[in-house]
Design a protein around this ligand. Structure first.
Ligand SMILES: [Zn+2]
Length: 424
């Protein structure tokens, strides 16, 4: 993160205020601007941890604050420590420490353990970025070491396409988010679902009326929360405006005056719409989009130079081929709609499961509009496997849906994602 001081603006100021709040130093809300509230909270934090209280967030400050973004701290056990005393000192529970350290039997001084803090890892009131996704994935892995996390590949800007796998079941289920840059609210929705599932599983609680242990033993859920990390970073301001990628994207956007920049950006960072780049009637998609004026890299609707010409869609495609998924859900925004069909394909149980997903979420189950019926991930998945694949258009409003919509958007999708896993 950048060195930050009073007057600075940006998504990293949001993360700074988040970390300070989690550390117990309230900035007066999540801020885009480093104002007096952030400054005062930072000085208090610096005093508290015994570093120079200059009110500037630099290397030393970040070193101390980073655990609050990842949601856990690494602690060296000292003489006389017990799991109870550590839980009390760090504001967490004995259970959380035991789950994060399954091999821990006795407390040997000098041993290093992960101690989860008493708050959730996935924040629901800040804008999203690849960097934050990385912290959250690390944080979930530290809290729940039995999950697997991995990178399926790297984006144009060398950002990982993270995956997170939960479960030991034979049947594999795939949830992906943020194919489209300005639909990034789907990333925290999927990550929060992962966290809720893991909490229910480890605490022995129900998840939307389903038994998480049963889900865990019968299904392997693979989540790729951020398919288009560079595009999301462009939309949320995580890419510096003087960087070459930003400048190139802005130049691409300048030719489309009706599409606001960067908030109207859906494509990957070099202007291919990833969800129009899969090998499922791609030529038809190309013709439709060419007629709409999209024939070269654009903020949206450019299908690419050939199927799978974009790095990120190629990664998702290969990853899918290697995983033999029984069912897939791709999260988009917006409209409160579930799309389940591709051409005349009607995979076994697809309509029936779709109806159930519609019932639990209150969303409507619909046929895909003709102009967006081709070359999407769902379209390819359905036609290649003849298995259920869904596109869920979550929420209502203008993209990008603000993070303040999270609490409205999340509950129906928590039900939907639980049920899709159960029914797969
Ligand atoms: Zn979309």
């Amino acid at each position: 993160m950048r060195v930050l001081k009073i007057g600075d603006r940006g998504i990293d100021v949001q993360y700074l205020s988040l970390a300070l709040r989690r550390a117990g130093f309230d900035t007066g809300g999540i801020k885009d601007e480093f104002d007096e509230g952030v400054h005062n909270a930072l000085v208090a934090f610096q005093n508290n941890v015994g570093i120079t209280a200059d009110g500037i967030a630099g290397e030393m400050t970040y070193e101390r604050l980073m655990p609050y973004l990842r949601g856990y701290d690494v602690i060296v056990i000292e003489n006389g420590d017990t799991v109870e005393s550590i839980a009390q000192r760090t504001g967490t529970t004995v259970d959380a420490i035991r789950i994060a350290n399954p091999m821990l039997e006795s407390f040997i001084p000098g041993a290093v353990i992960n101690v989860p803090f008493g708050f959730d890892v996935v924040p629901t009131d800040v804008d999203w970025s690849h960097e934050l996704t990385t912290y959250v994935i690390e944080g979930l892995k530290a809290r729940y070491p039995f999950i697997s996390t991995a990178s399926a590949g790297e984006s144009v800007m060398d950002n990982e396409l993270w995956t997170l796998s939960i479960g030991s079941g034979i049947k594999r289920v795939f949830y992906n988010g943020s194919h489209h840059a300005n639909e990034w609210i789907t990333t925290p929705v999927l990550l929060k679902f992962a966290e809720d599932y893991l909490k229910a599983l480890t605490l022995g609680e129900q998840l939307e009326g389903r038994n998480p242990s049963e889900l865990y033993s019968t299904k392997t859920l693979v989540i790729m929360p951020l398919v288009n990390p560079d595009g999301v970073d462009l939309v949320t301001g995580a890419i510096p405006t003087d960087s070459q990628y930003y400048i190139t994207a802005r130049n691409i956007g300048a030719a489309y005056s009706s599409i606001p920049f960067p908030s109207g950006w859906k494509a990957n960072i070099v202007g291919t719409d990833l969800n129009l780049n899969y090998p499922a009637s791609w030529e038809t998609a190309r013709e439709i989009k060419a007629n709409q004026g999209f024939t070269s890299p654009a903020p949206r609707d450019f299908v690419g130079s050939s199927p799978l010409s974009a790095l990120e869609s190629r990664i998702v495609y290969n990853y899918t081929l290697n995983n033999d998924f029984a069912l897939t859900v791709s999260m988009h925004t917006q409209g409160n709609v579930i799309y389940w069909k591709y051409l005349d394909f009607m995979p076994p149980r697809s309509e029936e499961i779709g109806r159930e997903l519609a019932r639990v979420s209150g969303y409507s189950l619909e046929d895909t509009p003709y102009a967006s019926s081709f070359a999407g991930y769902k379209d390819w998945f359905i036609s290649y496997y003849n298995r259920p694949g869904y596109t869920i258009e979550i929420g209502r409003g203008t993209n990008p849906l603000p993070i303040s919509d999270f609490d409205t958007v999340y509950p129906p999708n928590r039900r939907l994602l639980t049920e899709a896993l159960y029914l797969a």
